[in-house]
Structure formats: C-alpha cells, structure tokens
Design a protein around this ligand. Structure first.
Ligand SMILES: *Cc1c(COP(=O)(O)O)cnc(C)c1O
Length: 456
C-alpha cells in the first residue's frame, strides 16, 4: 500500500516505507550491447580485477553486471530514509499560471537533501560498500563541490576517512562547499596539488594553475594507486552510479501512479548523466521495447556540448589518460575548464548507456547558454520560491519552452523536470545574472582524435 500526501494541484509526498528497495540497472534492457571500456595501453577490454584495485569490490560487480535489479542493503535504505527519501514531487502551479499554459509542470525535489543535491543517492552506497570491504580511505575529486559534499557526508555517516581533490578555481570562487566538506571531516586539497606526481608536474609549469575536473580525477586516481587501503568513489557516468540514482525515477513512477497521470515530457540536466538517467530509466525501461509514450529530453550546457556538437567515440575519462577509454559522447578530454557557473555540467563526457540511448534515438538532447538558463532560474525563484541549482535550471528551461509551445498548440501535456539541486551556494551566479554580468560562451570547433589508432 502506498500512503502519504497526494493532490493533483500540489503534488505527492510518499512515506518512508514506500522507498524503492532495489536499484534498476538498464544494461540488460539496452537496445544493443554497450561497447566495453578499454585499457588505455593494450586497448583490450578492462578486466574486473583491474578495476577492483581502484574501486570498491561491490560496485565493480555492479558495473559488470547484466542483472536488472540490485538489492539496496538495509543500512543504505536506512540512510536514504533519513535524508529524507522519498523526496516529494511538486506541481509548479504558479509558474504555469505565469506562463498561461495549459500544460501541467511538475518537478522532483532532489534539492531537499542536506547537501542540496541528488548526489547522496550514490555517495551513500559507495561509502557503505567501501567500509564493509574494510577500506579506510575514500578518495575523489570535485569541481563545484556537490560531489565532494555528498561524499564527505556519506563517509562521516559510515565512519570512513575521505580526501578530496577540489579544482583550484572552484575552491577559490566557491569556498562554500569546501567549508562543508571540511566540516563533515574531509581533507580537501586544491588541485593541482603537491600530493601527486601529476599535480607537482603541473605546478612546476604554472604555480597558479587553475586546475580542471579531468586533472583532479587524474590526481585522485594516482593517489588511490599509491595507497593500498584506499579506493576511488565516483560521482557519475559509470553504470552503478546511474543505477543508484534510479531511486529518483522509481519514486516518480509511484507518485504519478497515485495522481493517475503519465508523463508526456521528462527533462533534466546532463553533466555526466547520472541524475537524468536515474530519473528516466525506470520509465524508459517499459518504452525501449514497448510503446513509446514519453518525450525524453536531456539538456546540456552549450559551453560543453558533448551530445549536440561532440562526437560519439572512445575517449579518456581524465586528462592524464590514466583511466580506461570509454565509448561515449564527448567534447574531448583535453577540453579546458569552460567558464560557466553550472559546475556540474563541465565534464567533457557523458555516461556510456545514456550516450548509446541518445545515439539510437531513444533520448533527445538540446543545449542552452547560461544567460537563458538564469532567466528561467530567476522566474522559478519568483514563482515557486526555490533557488534552483544552475545545473537543474537547464531542465527547467526546457520545461518552460515546452509549456510555452503548449500554450500555442493548446495541448495540456504533463511535463516533469528533475530539480536535481538547489542554488543556495550559487548566489554569486544569481548576483552576476541580476547585474547583467553573465556571459554566454561556446567552444570553437570540436575535434576528437581517434585514440584507438594512436600508439602509446
Ligand atoms: C553533479 C550534479 C549534476 C551533474 O551530474 P549528472 O551526473 O549529470 O547528474 C547536475 N546537477 C547537480 C545539482 C549536481 O550536483
């Protein structure tokens, strides 16, 4: 039995006992097999044993799994319920009224977690599995700090030490989440750092090096490989990180069933692709081989246009080329840190499963520049009261565009976007927008070399 609050004009909140008890893994349901990750030196498929040196054993098992469902351990369910989960589904009624649209706009409230984003959905299980395996140090990187904050909190909950490489420019421009990480008990190093060989090399070339996500990943990987009892916990893109996020979509499914409606449009932001995949995969599952009912629209930043202007090819996940080659949509791993506020959308690649689904036409993608995105975010604050994250405002912008189209056509579509985070630590970006200081930026030509052919 599902219980809780439910009203078509307001939305749905579920009770803790309505939490999904399994994660959904889309791999066995994909329209064709995923291309394997390749060893950067041999160009042979990566083996499980190689990955177990870097990642917790249980998540490596999930990464290679063809099972459709993974049971959520009791301790992780308990941690989810205390976030709290399930998160509410809200109706953006005042936004609809402002737009004079016949469409119904809903949003999933992932901004309500203590760290203000959906990232604990995967940080909690990764920290739990690492601890259970007897690992004592979790290492990772963070750009704007959302992943670092979620990871630090999760490690604090499960009694694990954590060390985070934070992109130097972000740590200077956005000290808020660095303070959060340190308060949760993490050691935070500005990247490039003196703690790794790669970091020292970059600093010797430029002592003021601003860093990038790719560099921070390289440093975290090097750290783990030189530290037997450490493992690397990652935010996004890998199959298991996407599976963990499917608690979002499974909850939305229950919430819509209670309202007795089906989604016409599901939209959201893609950085690495985890929140959006977690949001849509439980719906896509029934539509890959069955009747297609929903328009799935992934939204990226036009400053990092991996799926709209990039290439679907093998590329490295990091700058130092230490990670496997992954078949995905990418702008190229040497892509410099783009000057945008949506820190979570700066990553050059997109998740392999989502890339495949976009390539096969099951999911569409669009891009927006940040001035357009902040115009929507400001409207959302004025109508719904919520400061949405610069990332989630990308999905919001598509929802608004679609609602305006509905006004013209008279269609009363059900439009849902994933409000994957809040923007209360991004007020300086709102301030820049309010003062007309925000600028759009787009990369010149994007050309990704064929790394499979290159000799090491
Ligand atoms: C990290 C983050 C993203 C981007 O990551 P995905 O893997 O694409 O979800 C988007 N929004 C928020 C709020 C984030 O914290």
């Amino acid at each position: 039995m599902v219980s809780g609050f439910c009203d078509i004009d307001y939305g749905v909140s579920l009770d803790p006992e309505d939490m999904p008890r399994q994660w959904y893994n889309i791999i066995p349901d994909l329209p064709r097999k995923l291309d394997p990750m390749l060893d950067p030196v041999t160009k042979e498929p990566v083996k499980r044993s190689q990955m177990e040196r870097l990642f917790p054993k249980e998540v490596v098992k999930q990464q290679f799994s063809e099972e459709r469902w993974f049971d959520i351990p009791e301790d992780v369910l308990d941690a989810y319920r205390r976030l709290p989960r399930p998160t509410p589904l809200f109706r953006a009624k005042r936004l609809e009224e402002y737009l004079h649209t016949p469409a119904k706009i809903f949003y999933k409230g992932e901004h309500v977690t203590p760290v203000g984003s959906m990232k604990p959905n995967t940080a909690l299980p990764q920290a739990y599995f690492a601890k259970k395996q007897g690992i004592d140090l979790a290492v990772s990187e963070t750009g704007a700090g959302q992943w670092g904050a979620a990871l630090s909190m999760s490690c604090a909950f499960f009694g694990l030490r954590s060390r985070i490489y934070m992109v130097r420019v972000s740590s200077i421009q956005k000290p808020g989440r660095k303070i959060m990480m340190q308060t949760y008990g993490s050691e935070v190093l500005e990247s490039p750092s003196k703690n790794t060989e790669f970091g020292r090399k970059l600093l010797s070339e430029n002592s003021e090096h601003p860093g990038s996500l790719g560099i921070a990943i390289s440093e975290a990987v090097e750290d783990v490989l030189s530290n037997e009892n450490a493992r690397y916990l990652l935010a996004s893109s890998f199959n298991y990180a996407l599976a963990h996020q499917t608690v979002i979509g499974q909850e939305v499914k229950k919430q819509l069933e209670l309202l007795d409606i089906e989604p016409d449009v599901m939209t959201g932001a893609i950085g690495g692709g985890s929140n959006y995949s977690g949001f849509i995969y439980p719906f896509l599952k029934d539509q890959i081989h069955g009747e297609k009912k929903t328009d799935f629209v992934a939204v990226e930043s036009s400053a990092v246009p991996s799926t709209t202007r990039g290439q679907y090819t093998y590329d490295y996940a990091d700058t130092a080329e230490r990670t496997p080659l992954v078949k995905m949509y990418t702008t190229g791993h040497e892509f410099a840190n783009p000057p945008i506020h949506a820190g979570g959308l700066r990553y050059h690649g997109k998740a392999p499963s989502l890339s495949l689904l976009i390539n096969e036409g099951y999911v569409r993608s669009v891009s927006y520049g940040q001035t357009r995105v902040f115009e929507s975010a400001k409207l959302f604050a004025q109508t719904e009261g919520i400061f949405t994250a610069p990332e989630s405002a990308h999905g919001l912008t598509y929802a608004i565009d679609e609602a305006i189209r509905c006004k013209r056509t008279g269609e009363s579509k059900v439009i849902i976007f994933n409000n994957c985070g809040h923007g209360l630590l991004d007020l300086s970006a709102y301030n820049d927008y309010n003062n007309g200081l925000l600028q759009d930026w787009e990369p010149a030509e994007i050309n990704v070399p064929d790394y499979l052919k290159r000799k090491n």
